[in-house]
Design a binder for this molecule. Structure first.
Ligand SMILES: [Zn+2]
Length: 313
């Protein structure tokens, strides 16, 4: 039973309580902020209310506040907080795999490189595995494109439906019908059957909202064929994660970044054969794509977003 903190009336569900709040002429935000006040640990301002779960689980109103707070405490305290962040998340969401850089950077969490500074080289994956996570990826030095693939027989296939094909310097492209993704390497053995789906930011948002079911089916087809799918978005992750501030997006789209990235994170946890990668624009897309195709199968073992953020991709 849940009881109304104002009149003590009891309800079976949050939903009933929430509609009852109208009787008190209260919005949900006011009700929770008044009767269950929670404050940002860094600046003591009341936690912004988006929904009950988010409100009760948030310690900070922004990633900036988290970062500034972590700077203000000792390394030991920071370690304790960061480790609890990961173990609470594992428990609450029943996660199996260590959160990837895209997951961390779309949550109120430090990025992976912060964990590695705090816990030492490879500290993040070690910490995750001590908390019971499975590591899909491992730490690495550099991704290097193999010179042996600089031959005319190694081409890039572009799907027939791709509207604006990327250009790849000297490398030949060949238009072909692909079962999933928009790009693939002509030698699927060399690339471990890597397929890359190129998306503008609005395509990505569309796929994660109206196109979600269709996209799930596409991933399932890739799983059946033991293919690997990289979803390459032509926008930086920081801009993508706050697209409500980009007028050319927010005018057209009603969905929130929270909703879109929640779905992206579920896919990352559900399918070990996919990765999302956000890069700065189209030129970067073709550069990174060619590198992924020509560096052997190493891309599967590494967190591509982390590699990109560290300028190792
Ligand atoms: Zn009441």
């Amino acid at each position: 039973m849940i009881s109304c903190q104002i009149c003590k009336k009891e309800f079976d569900s949050d939903k009933q309580l929430h509609s009852h709040l109208r009787a008190h002429k209260l919005r949900m935000a006011e009700y929770y902020q008044t009767h269950f006040p929670r404050y940002d640990i860094y600046d003591n301002k009341i936690i912004k209310f988006k929904n009950k779960k988010q409100y009760l689980e948030s310690d900070f109103n922004s990633r900036t506040n988290l970062r500034l707070w972590l700077k203000s405490i000792t390394a030991e305290e920071a370690k304790e907080y960061c480790s609890k962040l990961l173990s609470d998340r594992k428990e609450q969401k029943e996660l199996v795999y260590s959160p990837t850089q895209v997951e961390l950077r779309s949550l109120t969490s430090p990025p992976m490189q912060y964990f590695n500074e705090l816990f030492g080289w490879d500290g993040y994956y070690k910490l995750c595995s001590s908390l019971g996570y499975k590591n899909k990826h491992k730490i690495f030095n550099e991704i290097v494109a193999g010179a042996e693939y600089d031959k005319p027989e190694y081409m890039i296939f572009v799907d027939t439906r791709e509207q604006k094909p990327l250009k790849f310097g000297k490398r030949t492209i060949q238009v072909k019908k692909l079962d999933y993704g928009d790009y693939a390497f002509s030698n699927s053995k060399v690339s471990c059957n890597c397929h890359i789906e190129r998306k503008s930011l609005s395509d990505f948002i569309g796929t994660m909202s109206a196109g979600y079911e269709r996209f799930n089916n596409e991933i399932k087809r890739a799983v059946e064929d033991e293919a690997y799918l990289v979803i390459l978005v032509e926008e930086s992750l920081s801009k993508a994660a706050s697209f409500q501030f980009l007028p050319y997006i927010s005018k057209k789209i009603k969905a929130t970044p929270e909703f879109i990235f929640h779905r992206a994170r579920s896919l990352i946890q559900k399918y070990p054969n996919i990765q999302f990668l956000f890069v700065n624009g189209r030129k970067e897309s073709s550069r990174v794509m060619e590198k992924i195709f020509t560096s052997g199968c190493v891309y599967k073992q590494i967190d591509l977003q982390l590699a990109y953020d560290l300028k190792k991709l």
